[in-house]
Design a protein around this ligand. Structure first.
Ligand code: FES
Length: 61
């Protein structure tokens, strides 16, 4: 079954970078006290960001 037209969000894996997520997004990070609703965000997957869970561009260095 193809869920492409039913998806509420799209996740793009950026080579050597973050996960770009777009769509109807609710993000909760209990450890950092983050609870937000947005339409686009970039999540760090390299572990270097000082703004986790978000990408801050540190993966480029
Ligand atoms: S992916 Fe960008 S800082 Fe980690």
């Amino acid at each position: 079954m193809d869920y492409k037209d039913k998806a509420a969000a799209t996740i793009e894996v950026i080579e050597n970078g973050p996960l770009k997520i777009s769509g109807a997004i609710n993000l909760t990070d209990q450890k950092r006290g983050i609870k937000t609703s947005v339409t686009e965000l970039y999540l760090c997957r390299c572990g270097k960001s000082a703004r986790k869970p978000y990408c801050d561009g540190s993966h480029k260095h």
